[in-house]
Design a protein around this ligand. Structure first.
Ligand SMILES: [Ca+2]
Ligand SMILES: [Ca+2]
Length: 370
């Protein structure tokens, strides 16, 4: 038994010595790393990315304003001659931009600015599947090029953000992603995955109830960058009446419980100053947002008062006249139907009459966090 162990150890030692002697430049297992360097690899990106790559979400951003780069680097490698890698990303958050308009499909950037530039190399594969979120690349040096030792940039990815959130960006498994020496033997390495993304700012939430109704759905809530004014902005009232999408303003409609949640646009985070609330037939509502944005974003709860049928943010004789007109047979009007029960009758008139003389915008939010 002792003899056997000694033989095995001796053989292993000899094997190690022989192996080292035959291939003096071979790797030390596990010391190499594959890394993503973002936004700029060392020593420098070939081109400079914009300062803020996060898009103006959810509005579609101009494509040329939102790109940025990651370098694909190998570090502490010895005798590297060929590389094959698979990289995965979340295509709902990131897309890879094409760097080679002469080749069909989408390619990452090789060799410009990488180790391969100016050296004999063969690109066997360079394809990006932006639908699945997969990059596949295979590159080998060829003679008389000498192997890579130390650190080297293998490629560049030009990304653009297409959605809010954070994507994992990962190297494939050891079958998909391989470093090989000039004999085609695997070089061990440690893959360093990364995350990229623009986390969404915290949402403003709250609850808008409607006097006289049990179902509180479809009240429009808007985040505005202008401070709240003494009167509701007429341009927003016109647009919200048409239920158009409001350009460059985050908005949401309440659910049946009256709850809303609005996520600020990433680039305007901290610039919103007023929460505006609009529902047909009701006084408007609003709430000041502190400069720089609220820390606790629960706006609280407000009950809009009904009866403003002509939507001038005051409940007066004109509204009562209008409701009574629509009480007539064949004159149903959904805005005059304050309580939304399918009829314009004394219930709607009474709601308006009881609010006679009141004006919007209301700002009596309860239990607000700001
Ligand atoms: Ca009115
Ligand atoms: Ca009614």
């Amino acid at each position: 038994m002792k003899y056997l162990i000694r033989t095995v150890v001796l053989t292993a030692l000899l094997g190690g010595l022989l192996f080292t002697g035959a291939q003096p430049a071979t790797t030390q297992a596990g010391t190499a790393e594959l890394v993503f360097t973002t936004p700029c690899p060392t020593p420098a990106c070939p081109i400079s990315p914009p300062t803020n790559p996060c898009p103006y979400l959810p509005s579609p951003p101009p494509a040329d304003e939102v790109w940025f780069m990651s370098g694909l680097e190998v570090r502490n490698v010895s005798n590297l001659y060929g590389v094959q890698f698979t990289i995965r990303f979340d295509p709902t958050i990131l897309q890879v931009m094409d760097t080679d308009s002469d080749t069909p499909g989408v390619q990452i950037q090789i060799p410009k600015g990488t180790y391969f530039e100016g050296r004999d190399h063969f690109i066997a594969n360079n394809e990006v599947d932006n639908a699945q979120g997969i990059i596949r690349v295979a590159v080998s040096l060829y003679a008389p090029a000498t192997p890579i030792n130390g650190n080297a940039v293998l490629g560049f990815i030009i990304w653009k953000y297409v959605g809010t959130g954070v994507s994992n960006v990962s190297w494939g498994n050891k079958v998909e992603t391989k470093l090989v020496d000039s004999n085609g033997a695997n070089i061990d390495y440690t893959p360093k995955d990364t995350t990229l993304g623009c986390p969404a700012p915290p949402s403003y939430t709250g609850k808008v109830l409607l006097q006289g109704r049990a179902n509180y759905k479809d009240t429009l809530v808007i985040l505005a960058m202008e401070p709240c004014l003494p009167s509701f902005p007429n341009n927003l009232r016109i647009q919200s009446s048409a239920q158009n999408i409001i350009p460059d303003m985050p908005y949401a409609f309440t659910n049946t419980s009256g709850e809303f949640s609005i996520t600020p646009y990433t680039q305007q985070e901290g610039n919103y100053r007023c929460l505006l609330v609009f529902q047909h037939g009701y006084l408007t509502g609003q709430k000041d947002i502190p400069r720089g944005g609220a820390t606790n974003r629960y706006a609280g709860e407000i009950t809009l008062l009904g009866g403003d049928v002509n939507e001038d943010d005051v409940i007066n004789i004109f509204d009562l006249v209008k409701i009574s007109y629509h009480m007539g047979a064949g004159r149903y009007n959904s805005v005059a139907d304050i309580n939304s029960d399918g009829r314009v009758d004394i219930s709607d008139l009474t709601i308006a009459a009881n609010n006679f003389g009141l004006r919007g915008p209301q700002s009596n939010w309860q239990n607000s966090g700001f």
